[in-house]
Design a binder for this molecule. Structure first.
Ligand code: FES
Ligand code: FES
Length: 182
């Protein structure tokens, strides 16, 4: 009996080693195989921008992108994500330059306590990467799985619209810059 119990205890603490691709970099990480992506990001990789909410798939605060699509990291196992591109809020800025969504959230006061903000930012990023000019209803639909207890949502929707507008306005000048550089 004792040996069996010991074996079970050892199995619980055995770690798996694997390579994950996070924010454009390959990282080696060792973790207990039952851990969720949320736990591995926060506890083993120190990426605490991804927030811990309900852990039941209901609040969206733990959302990250996998291959550009939002997923709930509290329900995902890193073991299933080998070779996938995982993006967290830490990877949104381009060096010192914030992502237009981050700027718009700050400019319009769309983050109050900020706890829900990383999940909103990443989910909105997936939307704007797929659609340059989403309607208000499309924004509401895309963000329907993200809960916020502070803002009443209107500022968040406005911030996504503002970021989309700024990104559209910046796009022609970027394209021009690229063609000038040829
Ligand atoms: S913590 Fe993942 S959905 Fe709430
Ligand atoms: S800003 Fe506080 S929960 Fe959304």
């Amino acid at each position: 009996m004792k040996t069996k119990a010991k074996g079970r205890a050892r199995a619980r603490f055995e770690k798996v080693h694997m390579r994950l691709r996070v924010n454009g970099e390959d990282v080696e990480v060792a973790f207990a195989p039952h851990k969720t992506l949320l736990e591995v990001l926060r506890e083993d990789l120190g990426l605490t921008g991804t927030k811990h909410g309900c852990e039941l798939g209901e609040c969206g605060t733990c959302a990250v992108l996998v291959d550009g699509k939002p997923i709930l990291s509290c329900l995902a196992l890193p073991l299933d994500l080998e070779g996938k591109e995982i993006s967290t809020v830490e990877g949104m800025a381009d060096g010192p330059r914030l992502h237009p969504l981050q700027e718009a959230f700050a400019d319009l006061g769309a983050a109050q306590c900020g706890y829900c903000t990383p999940g909103f930012l990443l989910t909105a990023k997936a939307l704007l990467d797929a659609k340059k000019k989403p309607t208000r209803d499309e924004i509401k639909d895309a963000l329907a799985g993200n809960l916020c207890r502070c803002t009443g949502y209107v500022k968040i929707f406005e911030a996504v619209e503002l970021a989309a507008k700024r990104m559209r306005e910046a796009a022609p000048s970027k394209a021009k810059g690229a063609s000038n550089g040829r």
